[in-house]
Structures are given as C-alpha cells and as structure tokens.
Write a protein that binds this ligand. Structure first.
Ligand code: NAD
Ligand code: UDP
Length: 315
C-alpha cells in the first residue's frame, strides 16, 4: 500500500506544478500547493480544490515558510523569458532566497527536497547534446542571467546543504516542456505558435528559425520528477529530464500549422539577446538511474495541447 505522504509543491499553480499536484493526489499523497500567482492561476488547480487531501496557500517563497511536510518539490519561479525578464531582480530573489527558505524548511523538518533546475544552466552550449557533466556557457551579465545564474546558485545551495547539512536533495535539469495549462500569454514558443495558429495570426519566428530545441510533453516530465524524488538518496542528480528529439524552431512552426490546419504565415522577428542556438538533452543518466525516458512523440503531445487551447479560445 502507498503510504500517504505530506508533499509541498511550490509553484503548484503553474503549468508544471499543477500537473504534478494532480499526479501526487492521484497516487494518494497529501498535497500542499504554495504559489504567489505571479504566472500561475487558480484555474490551473480549480479541479483540485474540492479534494480534501489538497490544500492551497498563497505565499511568496522569498519569505520563510513554516509547515510540516515529508517532501518538497521546489518549482516556484517564472519559467518563460518574457516573464522572468519582467522583474529580473525578483527572479533572482525567487531562485536564491526561495531555495534558501525551502532548504531551511527541509532541514528543520528533515524533508526530502527536489529542485526544478533547468537546461538554462548550460547557457548557449558549446557541447551538443548536453550531458550533466558539461559546465555551461552562461553570460553572467546578460538579460537571461537573472534566471540562469539564479538557478545555478540554487543548485550550489542544494549541494552545499547536502554536503554540510546532510540533507536529502534531488536536482532535475528540466529541458523545454510543453502541454495543456501553459498560459496563453506565457510567451514560450509552443504556446505562442499554437495560439497564433488558432487565431489565424502570423507565427512569430525569432531569428532565422534555425535554432533548435527539444520538446518534452508534460506527462513524461512529471513522471521523471516523481521517479527522481522516489529514487534512492544516493541519486541526487543533477539529472537531465527532457525529450532528446531535436527540432528547429521553423520545423516546430511548420508542424503546428499542419496540425491546426491553420492558414497562418510566418513572420520574422529579431532574435532575443543570448538566445541559445541549440539545445538537446543527453538523457543517458536518467535512463540508467531512473529507468526513465519520454514516451510521447511531439505530434501526439502537440495534438493534446492544441485541443486544450482550441477549447480555451472558444470560451
Ligand atoms: P510557470 O511560470 O507556469 O510556473 C511557475 C509557478 O511559480 C507559477 O505558478 C508562479 O506563480 C509561481 N511563482 C513564481 N514566483 C513565485 C514566488 N516568489 N513564490 C511563490 N510562487 C512563485 O512555469 P513552469 O513551466 O510550470 O515551470 C515550473 C518550474 O520548472 C520553474 O522553476 C522553471 O524554472 C522550471 N522549468 C520549467 C521548464 C519548462 O519548459 N516548462 C524548463 C526548465 C525549468
Ligand atoms: N521563439 C520564437 N517565437 C516565439 C517564442 C520563442 O521563435 O514566439 C524562439 C526563441 O527565440 C527560442 C525558442 O523559440 O529560440 C524557444 O523559446 P522559449 O521562449 O520557448 O524558451 P527558451 O528555450 O528560449 O527558454
């Protein structure tokens, strides 16, 4: 029988967090969702609030939190460049002060804690695909640094608490993930393209569209996060979680147009500063230590995501 655990999910009303809360409740955990609703919404978790094992707390992780829990998934942080660059100082604070507060909480209550880190710790990578051993190529004073360096510092804190405080830690380096419950104004490429295609607007291709990303469907990613949390304590990571099938942004745009049946054209826009040219995870470590690899091909995941946005835009 599955033992009911008390699990804290920070950023639980966001895109990934809401799917994670749902999965944890389904397997019989008690879930405490903490969010300040900066990019997350109550709509994402509206279907969970009637569950007696679900609890919602409006709280900003840059302030201390006193609760009793067994496990912590620390996801609180805006993830889209548009949103994390809106108030870059707050973004760094969320990553760094948020990590310090959640690690302090984990230490006090002896909880296991997982950090949602990111492929952005590799910056604009010179090694391809990126293994966990690659130390990255981040511009520390660029417009993406608030996010990249904030997440890198959070990783440092996790490993120092592990070494110094004997804390049970897990670090997941998440690569581009997409799916239902992304905000229509999220600003990331998959939701942007789908919303533009469904509205018959031009798809805004930044740069020449030859930059690459590898897109993971949300269900696969959540499965990876839970496997990492459940793994033996020797498996601290960092572990890459993402789909290793790489596409150019132009190929993504073409696929979205095909699957939506849209007549939208493409429109070129300037490439944002420090936009990585290529990104693809080496997931050998996740396969070996977690027995995990993504199952959902891009077209299948896109169809589910398009159906979600079609329904939302019709309302
Ligand atoms: P999201 O923006 O939908 O979710 C982030 C959530 O954190 C939101 O609900 C937001 O309101 C909340 N939040 C932000 N600042 C907070 C604060 N100070 N206190 C409390 N809550 C706060 O983004 P997402 O895609 O669900 O990302 C979740 C996590 O996964 C983030 O930490 C992100 O860096 C990481 N990640 C996501 C991806 C991806 O492709 N989705 C890739 C790499 C890493
Ligand atoms: N992009 C684009 N059009 C958009 C949004 C993004 O062409 O409307 C490009 C962006 O320049 C980047 C890639 O798509 O090269 C992925 O961007 P996103 O913001 O989703 O995430 P990133 O991986 O850059 O953090």
């Amino acid at each position: 029988m599955h033992l009911r655990k008390r699990v804290l999910v920070t950023g639980g009303a966001g895109f990934l967090g809401s799917h994670l809360c749902e999965r944890l409740l389904k397997r019989g955990d008690d879930v405490l969702c903490v969010d300040n609703f900066f990019t997350g919404t109550k709509d994402n978790i509206a279907h969970l609030v009637a569950d007696p094992h679900f609890e919602l707390l409006r709280h900003d992780v840059t302030f201390p939190l006193y609760v009793e829990v067994d496990e912590i998934y620390n996801l609180a942080c805006p993830a889209s460049p548009v949103h994390y660059q809106h108030d870059p100082i707050q973004t760094t604070k969320t990553s760094v002060h948020g990590a310090i507060n959640m690690l302090g909480l984990a230490k006090r209550v002896k909880a296991k804690i997982l950090q949602a880190s990111t492929s952005e710790v590799y910056g604009d990578p010179e090694v391809h695909p990126q293994p966990e051993s690659y130390r990255g190529n981040v511009n520390p004073i660029g417009t993406r640094a608030c996010y990249d360096e904030g997440k890198r510092c959070a990783e440092t804190l996790f490993f120092d608490y592990h070494r110094q405080g004997d804390l049970r830690v897990r670090v997941a380096r998440i690569f581009n993930t997409y799916g239902p419950r992304m905000h229509p104004n999220d600003g990331r490429v998959v939701s942007n393209f789908i919303v533009q295609a469904l509205r018959g607007e031009p798809l805004a291709l930044f740069g020449d569209g030859r930059q690459t990303r590898s897109f993971c469907y949300v269900d696969d990613l959540v499965d990876g996060l839970i496997r990492l949390m459940d793994a033996p304590d020797t498996v601290t990571g960092p572990v890459n979680l993402g789909n290793p099938v790489e596409f150019t942004i132009r190929q993504l745009a073409e696929t979205v147009v095909k699957l939506t049946g849209s007549s939208s054209r493409f429109e070129s826009r300037p490439l944002p500063a420090d936009d990585p040219m290529q990104r693809c995870p080496d997931i050998a470590l996740a396969e070996k230590t977690l027995g995990w690899k993504p199952k959902v091909p891009l077209e299948d995941g896109l169809k589910l995501t398009i159906a979600y946005f079609r329904d939302m835009l019709a309302r």
